[in-house]
Design a protein around this ligand. Structure first.
Ligand code: PEP
Length: 250
């Protein structure tokens, strides 16, 4: 049985008091024991979230980090800084980072290397733009993202990796990939991992779907064989909708 995971990516939303108010209500909720929950708030709120959630079985995740250990990189955050505030997991390769901050597969490969060196867990995002979906090159595109950004890791390292498939055309747009499209890509990702590593590795890797997951579509998406949960943007910002998505596994 693979892990079941629901992770909330808050992006550039919620200041400290909004974070406090979400978390104080979220901590009151009764959650299914077999679903791992993760929340990725802004850098400024990571330490607060870590302290607030440490006895509540919710992992606090960073939305990004720099690949270098330290140095003249104004505005950036290192692995060591994250670890020093209790954060041991990081999202890498989100499409907004790739698009607005020019993160390439090569940069991401370096970030992956740094995260693993520091024994951090990684949620590695892949996903195609709409034109690739339309012209039928989406499998090749995702395969390239995986092979150039992630596949330099060792078999052992996979225990620290979660893959998130997030088709760009479905992020924040209200357009969701159909459960069949999601399953087809997740199966492709798992087969690609199997070909380059092993069946054991592929079978154990959690693959999350992200892209306009909402309380009303989560159950059907999560019911697909190769879908192990979701990376949730907009709907993770309200306790009620986030809880409904977490409970969609029941
Ligand atoms: C995301 O940004 O990771 C995401 C999936 O966003 P949304 O759920 O809002 O589409």
């Amino acid at each position: 049985m693979r892990r079941k995971i629901v992770a909330g990516n808050w992006k550039m939303n919620y200041d400290l008091s909004e974070t406090e108010s979400f978390l104080s209500s979220f901590k009151e909720q009764v959650r299914p024991e077999d679903v791992e929950v993760m929340i990725a708030p802004a850098f400024t709120n990571l330490n607060h979230a870590f302290k607030s959630l440490r006895d509540h079985d919710v992992k606090v995740v960073a939305q990004n980090m720099h690949q270098c250990e330290s140095g003249a990189y104004t505005g950036e955050i290192s692995a060591k800084m994250l670890l020093s505030v209790g954060v041991k997991s990081v999202i890498l390769g989100h499409s907004e980072r790739r698009e607005y901050f020019n993160e390439t597969n090569k940069t991401l490969a370096e970030k992956v290397e740094t995260a693993l060196k520091h024994e951090m867990a990684i949620i590695f995002c892949v996903g195609e733009e709409e034109d690739k979906r339309d012209n039928g090159t989406y499998f090749d595109f995702v395969k390239k993202q995986l092979s150039e950004g992630l596949f330099h890791i060792s078999k052992e390292d996979w225990k620290s990796v979660i893959v998130a498939y997030e088709p760009i055309w479905a992020i924040g747009t209200g357009k969701t990939a159909s459960p069949e499209q999601v399953q087809e890509m997740h199966e492709f990702i798992r087969n690609t991992i199997q070909n380059d590593f092993s069946e054991g590795v592929a079978e154990g890797v959690p693959i999350l779907y992200g892209g306009s997951v909402k309380p009303d579509n989560a159950k059907e998406i999560f019911s697909k064989e190769d879908v192990d949960g979701g990376l949730i943007g907009g709907a993770s910002l309200e306790v009620e909708s986030f809880m409904k998505i977490i409970n969609a596994f029941k």
